[in-house]
Structure formats: C-alpha cells, structure tokens
Ligand binder design. Sequence first.
Ligand SMILES: [Zn+2]
Ligand SMILES: [Zn+2]
Length: 297
Amino acid sequence: MKADAAETLSLGSNGPYRGRCAVLATMHGKEATIAPPFAERLGLSVEIPPGLDTDSLGTFSGEIARTGTIEEAAIAKARLGMAVTGVTLAIASEGSYGPHPQIPFIAAGFELMVLVDDDRGIVIREHLIDESPTYEHANAESVRELDGFLSRIGFPDHAVIVRPNGPDGSAPPIHKGIRSSADLQTAIEDCATRSDDGRAFVQTDMRAHMNRTRMATLGRLAERLAARISCLCPTCRTPGYGLTGVDKGLPCSWCGGPSILVRHQILGCVSCNHVERRARPDGLTHADPGQCPTCNP
Ligand SMILES: [Zn+2]
Ligand SMILES: [Zn+2]
C-alpha cells in the first residue's frame, strides 16, 4: 500500500468500531434495515433507546415543524439518543421528500445518515437521492375514487395519512399509519366532512416502518455509510475518509478551456485537513466541445 493512499478496511478486519455498540435514534423500526450493514461490515451493533421520542424534533407529517437543515436535524436526533442512554456513539437518519429538483413532474427523496462519535469528536455523513420513491398524494370523497392511486402506491404495503383537503392540507384531524380499506373509509369520511370542499387529502405515510420503499432506501444508505466509515484517512487514520465534493472544469477537447463537466473528485477527512484530488473514475480527460461554454455558448 502506498503511504499516501487511503486504507479501506477489509470485511472482518479489526476496524475502529468492532465490538462497539451505537445508539440508533429511531422510533420507526429503522433497525431492521440499518443494523445489518453495520454489523456485517464494521462489527458494530446497534441498540434502540427505550422511550425515545424523536417526534419532539419534528415530524414527517408536519404537525411539528423541523427546524434547521436536514443535517442539523439528523445530528440532533443522534444526540437525543446519546442523552437518553449515555452512549457516546450514535447513528441517526433524516429524509425529505418532494418534487425532483431537476426533473419536472416526478418526486424524489433526499436521505441523510450520520454517525456521531463523541470519543473522536467527529461526525461521519453520507447521503443519497431516491429517484423513485413511493411518495404520492390524492384527494377523494370516498375510498372508491382511490382505486388507481392505491394500486400505484402499493397499499397496504405502503400506508397512508388522511387529513381534510384544504388549501395547505394541514388542518386537523390527522389519521396516520392507515393500512386497511375499512380504516381508510372511516378516515376519509371523518376528514371530508370537516373540509370546505367535502374532500379528504390522502398521502403516502413516509415514516420508514410505514413505507417499504423508504425502508429499502435506508438499507442502501446504511451500506454506503458503513463503507465510508471503513475507509481511514491516510494522514490521521480517522474513519470516514471519502468523497466530499468535486471540481468542475474538465478541459474542452477543442479550446482547452474549462467545460461544465467534473474534472476531479475531492476526497477529505472528517477530522484533519487532508484533501486529495482524484481523476474521474471513468478516465475521461477532455470534454466534448458541446459541454464547453466557449465552443458551444
Ligand atoms: Zn471549448
Ligand atoms: Zn485525517
């Protein structure tokens, strides 16, 4: 191994968290999908703190607004788990769903997961964009109007939330975690009668234990975070070394000026200031002039 190369711990090796236990701050059953990658890759087990109320930090359904960035929310959740248990190592995740930032008319999810390690004084983060989430809404007077919607979202494997239909869909009451046609009909009747237009607003319940697609997405994210944790900084050997950003400006093959394409990957450490620039993994060294603002303005 070269002295300046990052070290990725092999599976089963004696890594920094082998035999340790981290608090997983969730009350939505996320351990089912998050725990296995950490156990298999890092030898790190997770425990769920009893009586944890992460809803006090904000809810998906919006009764309590989250404050700050998604990363601040995830770290706050991890810290809540640490405070309840006295454990100095915690994992938490936070997600946000809405219209895709680049592609019209489709939905996307942003999921962020953190490991907070107070012994080392570090936070290791990883994220992913879910381009095909099960995230949708409709409105209806009765359950009969929802046949197409319910089959598209895979009800009842994906549960729904029902509220009165209104300008912002935020008026009470709110019925959460609905998984049967009978409960759905009752909730729609209740909410429709309280709405000015006589309709109920029905949407996918995005809590992990209510949305199988999101639960699977969190498993993929846990795999990525565990892989990043297993990579040590070449300078200080702190875990969590990896991609932190990119440089754009790959040279144009005609004029040599900066194109809009990525030139380098930037890798960094969560503890020291070690930074490394790596060539594109696809080996591309020059951009097509079509990607150049000078040749193709
Ligand atoms: Zn050019
Ligand atoms: Zn370092």
